[in-house]
Design a protein around this ligand. Structure first.
Ligand code: PMV
Length: 334
């Protein structure tokens, strides 16, 4: 049945990152990536087909709960994706679309991944279509926010490198019930980042360290798959930290260079190392932004959160965990 539909899709956090593309327009990545799908950090998207309407209407729900027209740059990306979805799903309908994020958008926290995953699934639902996992992943990826390919699946997810549209979709490695990992996010700056991940991907190959990372990746990917299968945080942690540092090393040495870190980022990294010196198994990773995600097991989450909360540079903590993936919802945004 077609009609108004709402989907909540989570952000995801990569242990081995997507950084650099074979084809940036179609988000075909240079390297495979592996992520954990989150739970608390998510986007809600409500879509209603408006047959006969001349244009799409793109709304954003702010923190105060009011709906307003989306800012032009965001609306443009949504409109372009709606065009793609109409072509792929065989519809000529225009849509009314509203989006809400549960966390700071555009601060290197994968709000575009959750946003485009939610939008893709909600449009399909609104058209009465039930997408399979592969189709949903490939369609979400085609938004240009490649990591959206991983946000349509729960638990632990791998997204292979892509040569062509047809084989470029993510698949599950393990369900969220397999391993209860926590992600304590230390927000050191909730403002929008100055350089998009799109520019980061575009410039990545100008770094002299880009090829070195490519060579390290097969070993890293194997280690991460094995660590997830064995629920071995002692094996996973060093590798996820190594890959995050490499991403930022490449960004900082791209031409022109990109600095996503803020002083608070370094302060958090130091505290996490200190916690490890005191016997805690907790490990840091950052996406294309200054905020730090600290991965640990449930028994250590409270101590990690308390230590990070006490830091001057940290404005807010989000306590997240691995989650089951997108869900349909009856709470519509309009
Ligand atoms: O999906 P994009 O184009 O926003 O790129 C995501 C880039 C990182 O978040 C830094 C890494 C990743 O794999 O999620």
């Amino acid at each position: 049945m077609s009609g108004k539909a709402t989907v909540v899709a989570p952000a995801n956090l990569a242990f081995v990152k997507y950084w650099g593309a074979v084809d940036l327009e179609r988000a075909l990545p240079r390297n495979p990536s592996i992520s954990m799908t989150l739970s608390e950090c998510h986007s809600r998207s409500t879509v209603e087909p408006c047959p006969g309407a001349a244009t799409d209407e793109i709304l954003l729900r702010g923190e105060d709960g009011t709906l307003s027209p989306a800012p032009p740059a965001f609306a443009e990306r949504v409109l372009a994706h709606l065009e793609r979805l109409r072509r792929s799903l065989g519809s000529s309908d225009r849509f009314r679309v509203a989006t809400e994020n549960s966390f700071p958008a555009a601060a290197g926290m994968a709000s575009s991944a959750s946003g485009f995953a939610a939008l893709t699934l909600a449009v399909a639902r609104a058209l009465g279509r039930d997408l399979g996992e592969r189709e949903a992943s490939a369609l979400a990826r085609s938004s240009g926010s490649g990591s959206a390919a991983r946000s349509v699946i729960g638990g632990y997810v791998e997204w292979p490198a892509g040569e062509s549209e047809d084989d470029c979709y993510a698949f599950p490695l393990a369900s969220h019930e397999h391993w209860d990992l926590r992600n304590v996010v230390a927000i050191v700056d909730a403002g929008p980042k100055r350089v998009s991940s799109r520019d980061g991907h575009r410039l990545a190959e100008t770094s002299p360290y880009f090829e070195g990372r490519q060579q390290a990746l097969p070993r890293r990917l194997r280690a991460v798959r094995d660590a997830i299968a064995a629920r071995d945080l002692g094996a996973l942690g060093p590798v996820l930290e190594e890959d995050a540092i490499d991403l930022h090393l490449i960004a900082m040495s791209s031409r022109p260079p990109i600095f996503y870190w803020k002083p608070g980022t370094l302060a958090v990294l130091e505290v996490v190392r200190g916690l490890r010196d005191h016997g805690l198994s907790c490990w840091s990773t950052m996406d294309a932004g200054p905020n730090v995600h600290v991965i640990c097991e449930p028994g250590e989450e409270a101590r990690v959160a308390a230590s990070l909360e006490a830091l001057d540079g940290v404005t807010r903590i989000i306590r997240d965990r691995v989650g089951p993936g997108p869900q349909d919802s009856d709470r519509h945004l309009f």
